[in-house]
Design a protein around this ligand. Sequence first.
Ligand code: C5P
Length: 302
Amino acid sequence: MLSSISLKAPAKINLYLEITGNRPDGYHDLVMVLQSINLSDRIDIKMTGTDQIYIHCVHPEVPTDQTNLAYKAAKLLQNLYPNFGGVEITITKNIPIGAGLAGGSTNGAAVLVGIDRLWDLGLTQGELRELAAQLGSDVPFCISGGTVLAVGRGELLSPLPALENLALVICKPRKLGISTVWAYQTFRSQGLLANKNPHSHSSQMLAAIATRDESSHPQIAKLLYNDLERVVLPAYPEIAELRQHLQNQESLGILMSGSGSTVFAIARNLESAQRIAESISPDNIDVWVTTTSIHGIQEWEA
Ligand code: C5P
């Protein structure tokens, strides 16, 4: 049996997020297109001689207690398989926090995948996804990643043709994180569901992705859509300004990811993405140039 394992846990962006219903459990019915990207955290997991679960992370905003999704994932498996003892988990953060990039969810997914391998549990992808759904709506997607249609709470997944090598500029106002709970609650309390946005169009987005070739990239970029922009942009002018700045560049399309505060642009190619990134003042905005990824959680290759 292995005594330690290291994993790569990629972030995601939403290419499409439409809120289609208020659920009685307080959640919302969604139609989303989720996309993994090549911006990842590293998760190292070691067996311990005790029953304790330890989380280490030097990032000041990442909790190392029982509220961390990585802890919750380990606890969930320890409760189901109590004979293996505890684990020590080290999180090396590259994905920003409170960004709408599923940073916490992908860490939880990596711990499920990592402990499954460490303890040789032989869980299927379906079993891992079921456990993941108990941790959060985006965690099942993070297990296998790629390009995926997610409905229900976000946990009912259908794979889509993979979007490879789409060039991206990811921008996040450094000091600004947005609460996902706040964004959804505000959407509900403002009655925005009744006031349906005529621009929602999931079937067109799915058709563009189904084209399966790079000529569809400008069309996909034009069809980017996120209902949560309707509450977040009016409340946070700095995000609206960043969006506007990206719009004025050579971007093919721009969108806020999840509940923000990240805004991303799709670019024609990496050179164009680099030029767009250089146009952003570095003072208070973190910027990454990256591409879409076809992978979910993978073992870290040295
Ligand atoms: O599932 P997760 O804990 O990641 O969701 C965080 C918050 O986002 C929920 O507490 C809820 O307020 C909101 N949410 C929602 N509908 C969804 C997914 C998330 O209202 N489908």
